[in-house]
Design a protein. Structure first.
Length: 251
């Protein structure tokens, strides 16, 4: 299906070393894209060698996304290595859990910096390149907490609400210029970020009870939507936030 092919495309996936980002980076590579991974930690993640085994180019960049002022410099480096940027998946994110009454300023700031501020400025920096090419695909990873308040995660809910809103703002400005900006709101996915919920028997049971699909999501459940929103198949989809949640939001 050529409509879904990413042959010859270059994708940046933040947090593409592991978790949901790791699965999406690998999935995009299977669809034909070369991949630049941005991660916080140092060292080459296993995802890089897995992608290279597919015959695709893949490099990882250790970069703390809270350094927003250095983002343009990082992108120059990636462009030099890959020749251009066609797809950006803003996936990196952090979580901090605490009752709101005790929530610290430090936790608030880190969540907003990684989940919201860095996402906007990556969109801006990559958007410049895409607008000058007259094409590009940006996918921001939102959350069910873009729509709901969650429980003991006030900064996370605020940060993901903001991501959904500015995804629409950017889309309104850039849709007519060939750049698609969309979001994906994953449901409850089995990754390290959710260890606290998965290991809490009561919360785990409550969560599962509300998921019509009857199971936690797996990172691979996001591959289809990531490839779709990165490909020509989604050229007339703009400013949408697609939930991938086993039916949670419909309940
Ligand atoms: P993980 O905790 O498994 O992975 C987080 C990723 O973000 C890692 O790759 C990490 O890099 C990277 N990262 C974190 N902080 C920084 C930083 N300062 N600079 C650069 N990279 C950073 O998370 P998930 O895979 O579960 O989540 C991925 C995205 O999906 C997040 O935005 C999350 O909010 C969202 N999401 C997740 C859901 C879930 O149920 N898991 C549900 C809804 C949304 P490193 O490994 O180097 O630390």
């Amino acid at each position: 299906m050529n409509l879904f092919s990413l042959e010859g495309k270059v994708a940046i996936v933040t947090g593409g070393n592991r978790g949901l980002g790791g699965a999406m980076a690998y999935g995009l590579a299977q669809a034909g894209a070369d991949i630049a991974i941005i991660q916080r930690s140092s060292g080459e993640p296993e995802t890089v060698s897995r992608i290279r085994k597919l015959g695709r180019k893949c490099e990882s960049y250790s970069f703390d996304l809270t350094n927003t002022s250095k983002i343009p410099q990082l992108l120059q480096e990636i462009k030099k290595e890959f020749g251009g940027i066609d797809i950006l998946i803003n996936n990196a994110g952090v979580q901090r859990r605490s009752p709101s009454i005790d929530f610290t300023e430090e936790d608030w700031d880190i969540v907003m910096q990684v989940n919201t501020k860095s996402v906007f400025f990556l969109c801006q920096a990559v958007g410049k390149e895409m607008l000058s090419n007259g094409k590009g695909k940006i996918i921001n990873i939102a959350s069910l907490l873009s729509f709901q308040g969650g429980f003991t995660v006030p900064a996370y809910a605020a940060s993901k609400g903001a991501v959904a809103q500015f995804t629409k703002s950017l889309s309104n400005e850039w849709a007519s210029k060939g750049v698609n900006v969309n979001g994906v709101a994953p449901g409850y996915m089995e990754t390290e970020m959710n260890t606290a919920l998965i290991t809490d028997e009561t919360r785990n049971r409550e969560i599962l009870k509300r998921i019509p699909a009857g199971r936690w999501g797996q990172p691979e459940d996001l591959v289809g939507v990531a490839v779709f929103l990165s490909s020509n198949a989604s050229d007339y989809i703009n400013g949408e936030i697609i939930t991938v949640d086993g039916g949670w939001m419909g309940r």
